[in-house]
Design a protein around this ligand. Structure first.
Ligand code: SF4
Length: 424
């Protein structure tokens, strides 16, 4: 096969398809097919991502190659997998990026790769793509490079100089699962790569904030680093997954952890589940992640020792409130910020609005509705200026039934719930 010169379009089809399993740039999940008209949500290699300032941008999302030395059982590109292989040259990726950019299809590049030759050889070629784009073509678009765990410090540092974001995937939350399913990988090696990237990010920040920043200073991964955790490939509970995510946030100050439901692959190892876990599990993990990072919750409060997996039928904050009813009602007009954040139906922005407004007057249910609170949930847990008739339910067995989620019409398509965040 390698004697025949593979056309770029064919390579693009293979290497864009192979890249779709990495969700650490949060692409959409629609499966609508083109029926002979215009448009196709399965277009090759274009995904959407968010920049640090909140803009949604399109990225060319591809692998440099889907050849790989390793045999991670959950991966379609593993060495023992019987898939069609392809490999781009550095120039081909550079040219594709420039052509897509000039045609306004994309605003940046997400580049990952199987490990070919060695970690260093692979990383060197990825860095070379980014450097060529920046230095030779003065490309100013967004670049997200996947860091190959085990690559040298020099190459990881070089990646951060040319890319906006760099990410090393931790993959499985428990070391023992990695030993079983991806023996060539280890948390220690991936975390070493993360620590090298953190060092570069910290140094660049310190330099930028110093009194006399050098005129020639270079930025280093200004959009920070992220990682991906696969959900449902092993027995690891949500408590394990969130625990690992929080330890990575704390230790390496990651900008984002992406949770990706395991996708069954052809001829998979028998130790892997035959079905994909419900997408709702990803969604609940994103909600819990948000609660830990912005609402002051601890992982152990949301995924307890006795219930280590999040409830799929209710959001994690509501579940916590139902299990801790003794802490309610909370008086909207006097409670401290940390207690307001624990009320189901109130998001961070609503809480800030409450804190500002209550300096001038006592707030009513109607005020809260105007401030964006979801009263459908909040009304059972709060004291407001007027009498609240819903408070009688807070200690009643009937409350869970009142808060039962409404039945949802199932979609014909498996629409992506992933990467959803927001006020919970
Ligand atoms: S190293 Fe990456 S590409 Fe290679 S088999 Fe493992 S997960 Fe797949």
């Amino acid at each position: 096969m390698y004697g025949i010169k593979m056309q770029i379009a064919e390579k693009l089809a293979i290497l864009a398809d192979a890249a779709k399993y990495d969700a650490s740039c949060a692409s959409s999940g629609s499966k609508r097919k083109n029926m002979g008209g215009m448009g196709n949500t399965e277009g090759m290699g274009i995904c959407h991502s968010y920049t640090p300032d909140g803009r949604c941008i399109s990225l060319l999302k591809i692998l440099l190659t889907n050849h790989c030395l390793y045999d991670c059982t959950y991966c379609v590109n593993r060495v023992s997998s019987d898939v069609k292989r392809a490999q781009f040259t550095v120039e081909e990726v550079v040219n594709l990026t420039l052509q897509f950019y000039q045609r306004n299809y994309i605003e940046g590049l997400f580049l990952s790769s199987g490990v070919m030759g060695s970690a260093d050889a692979t990383m060197e070629r990825m860095v070379s793509v980014a450097r060529t784009l920046r230095e030779k073509h003065l490309f100013g678009g967004y670049i997200h490079l996947k860091a190959v765990a085990g690559a040298s410090k020099e190459l990881c540092r070089a990646a951060g100089l040319w890319a906006d974001r760099v990410s090393a995937n931790i993959e499985l939350p428990r070391s023992e699962d990695l030993v079983k399913l991806a023996p060539a990988k280890s948390h220690a090696e991936t975390e070493l790569t993360m620590s090298i990237l953190k060092e570069g990010i910290d140094e660049a920040k310190a330099e930028a904030q110093s009194k006399n920043p050098s005129k020639f200073r270079k930025s280093f991964a200004p959009a920070g680093q992220s990682t991906q955790l696969i959900v449902g490939a092993t027995e690891a509970s949500d408590r394990h997954i969130l625990g690992k995510a929080v330890s990575l946030y704390d230790t390496y100050r990651l900008r984002r952890v992406y949770y990706t439901a395991y996708s069954p692959i052809p001829h998979a190892d028998l130790s892997l589940p035959p079905e994909r876990p419900p997408l709702m599990r990803e969604h609940r993990l994103y909600q819990a992640d948000w609660l830990v990072r912005y609402y002051g919750f601890q992982v152990q409060e949301l995924a307890t020792e006795t219930n280590p997996n999040l409830d799929l039928s209710r959001d994690p904050k509501l579940c916590w409130a139902l299990q801790n009813r003794a802490l309610f009602p909370v008086d909207i007009n006097v409670a401290p910020r940390e207690n307001l954040l624990r009320i189901p139906g109130l998001g961070v922005r609503t809480v800030e609005r409450i804190l500002k407004a209550r300096r001038f007057r006592k707030l009513t249910m109607q005020d809260l509705s105007r401030m964006g609170a979801s009263l459908k949930k909040a009304k059972y847990f709060i004291q407001v200026r007027e009498d609240n008739p819903f408070l009688k339910y807070v200690d009643s067995f009937g409350l869970e039934a009142q808060l039962k989620p409404e039945p949802v019409q199932l979609s014909l398509f498996e629409t992506g719930l992933s990467a959803q965040t927001g006020e919970v």
